[in-house]
Design a protein around this ligand. Structure first.
Ligand SMILES: [Zn+2]
Length: 505
């Protein structure tokens, strides 16, 4: 008789139930695993044999055939070890009957029979209840992250014999109750607070606008002008994560294998700053066993590209799709996976190759040709996705000597950002978008209406600065955010004038 146990696979963020069918044939003792297994699964044969023996059970002295179904799904990793071992022991009559139809087993086996943690447990458990599964047994080290889900019973096991004893009704397995609110209500501590940054009032205001409307930003300024510090502080003025966002991010970090037992829930908006020498796969995601890259790990947070022009052009061009669609699609020979990638991009660059162009103290030694060539490394289509461009000036003596009292803290600025986001949320509740940065040209017409005086002012600006249709749209989006920060229903001349300061010139 064929025995069936259940496990689960994850491809991208999609979860599939895997049936593990086991039968034995009276033939030379060996294990045969079929159903498109990769090398890790083939190696599972030896792990299974030793884990079962070292747990004190006998291994079948027949030929064991294990089929992983459905066969057309490429299965990777070591998630299925536990389900296979349980199936073999069931076949051997070492386990009594149990509700195997609605129970899923997840975990990699060590040679001594202990169960090792695997990646992606939270997203798997999250989807299992939808697939009709009632109970899931996970490695004890994954129990914390898996226990955030309410509508399924999650049990943690240390080793194979614990699971067997549990299935035979001899012991109970560990169960915990996780409360998301407890984690979310913990006080957030940020590495850099805006109150730690001297001066830079214009830059701080610009970043407040960027945070309020979720606008991408490009900062240019000489080395030492404080671009990196400002970018690091930016994450502290973004609204706190809500419950759904925290779960969504935790799923991503679970798949990437970046959760630890101390922090089973991601509660802070991420700040990712890959170096320009990082591999494109590391930044975008992918690989033979696809993994999320920095742009997905920055989801709902900030992707900071320091020295942005130094990144390979190919990497920067690939960024355009996620900047437009908020997702990244990674295609490989057999499958294509989709990861979320909705982040705010903060780019930083020097103003010219020598770094001194526009500096009040130092002299630029670059020719106009060199400067233009340097800046043209960022393509027009990429710059079209950046609403705010900022020039960061070095601090003057007065600002340096200022003792930093009466400087606004991040939490004060954040209150205004939260309020502006609430206004946008309400305004766009039927439009399928959350923030001003997502406004399409059609929605800009609908929500960025201006009176005749403002229109005339804008006309003059278009002529003076030779604005393209794209930069006109960006100007209106940023103006909309400035108006929202002031809780104004209509965009006026002052808002447009402020937005004009936040563009390349
Ligand atoms: Zn220069």
């Amino acid at each position: 008789m064929v025995i069936t146990t259940k496990s689960a696979a994850i491809v991208g963020l999609n979860v599939y139930s895997i049936n593990i069918e086991i039968d034995t044939i009276n033939s030379i003792p060996q294990v045969l695993i079929i159903g498109l297994p990769d090398t890790a699964i083939s190696e599972a044969k030896e792990r299974l044999r030793l884990a079962i023996k070292n747990s004190g059970y006998s291994f079948p002295s027949t030929k064991v055939v294990i089929n992983l179904a459905p066969a057309d799904l490429k299965k990777e990793g070591t998630n299925y070890d536990l389900a296979m071992a349980i199936g073999i022991l069931l076949k051997e009559g070492l386990i009594k009957d149990f509700d195997f139809e609605s129970t899923v087993f997840l975990g990699e086996l060590s040679l001594d029979g202990s169960i090792r943690p695997i990646n992606g447990v939270l997203p798997i458990v999250c989807d299992l209840s939808r697939l009709g599964i009632k109970k899931v047994i996970v490695p004890i080290d994954n129990l914390q992250e898996a226990s955030f889900i309410d509508d399924i019973e999650v049990l943690g096991a240390k080793n194979l014999s614990e699971v067997v004893e549990f299935l035979n009704n001899n012991i109970e397995l560990t169960k915990i109750k996780q409360n998301i609110e407890t984690y979310l209500n913990q006080k957030e501590d940020f590495n850099v607070d805006f109150s730690n940054i001297k001066g830079q009032l214009a830059a701080k205001k610009a970043l407040e606008i960027a945070a309020a409307g979720a606008h991408n930003v490009l900062m240019s300024g000489s080395a030492g002008s404080g671009k990196t510090l400002l970018a690091k502080a930016f994450v502290s003025i973004l609204p706190p994560l809500n419950k759904l966002e925290a779960i969504e991010l935790t799923k991503i970090y679970s798949i990437a294998g970046l959760l630890d037992r101390k922090n089973p829930l991601i509660t802070k908006r991420p700040f990712r700053s890959p170096h320009h020498s990082s591999s494109p796969t590391g930044i975008i995601g992918g690989g033979s066993n696809p993994k999320p890259g920095d742009i997905t790990l920055a989801h709902r947070g900030v992707l900071f590209l320091d020295e942005m022009v130094e990144f390979p052009r190919s990497t920067l061009e690939v960024l355009r799709q996620p900047l437009e669609d908020n997702v990244v699609t990674i295609s490989r020979a057999a499958v294509s996976v989709c990861y979320p990638a909705n982040f705010i991009l903060i780019g930083a660059m020097n103003p010219c190759p020598c770094g001194n162009f526009g500096d009040s103290k130092k002299t630029c030694t670059c020719s106009e040709f060199q400067i233009n060539r340097y800046r043209s490394r960022l393509s027009g289509p990429l710059l079209d996705r950046i609403d705010i461009q900022l020039r960061i000036q070095r601090l003057n003596e007065d600002e340096l000597l200022n003792d930093n009292t009466n400087v606004e803290s991040s939490s004060q600025i954040r209150q205004r950002v939260i309020r502006a986001r609430e206004i946008q949320l309400e305004r766009y509740k039927n439009e399928g978008i959350l923030t001003n940065s997502e406004l399409s040209p059609k929605l800009i017409k609908k929500y960025c209406k201006i009176d005749d005086d403002t229109k005339n002012f804008l006309k003059q600006a278009i002529n003076k600065f030779n604005l393209s249709a794209r930069s006109y749209d960006r100007l209106l989006k940023v103006s909309r955010t400035i108006a929202d920060l002031e809780d104004k229903k209509d965009i006026n001349i002052t808002h447009i004038a402020q937005a004009l300061q936040l563009r390349d010139n």
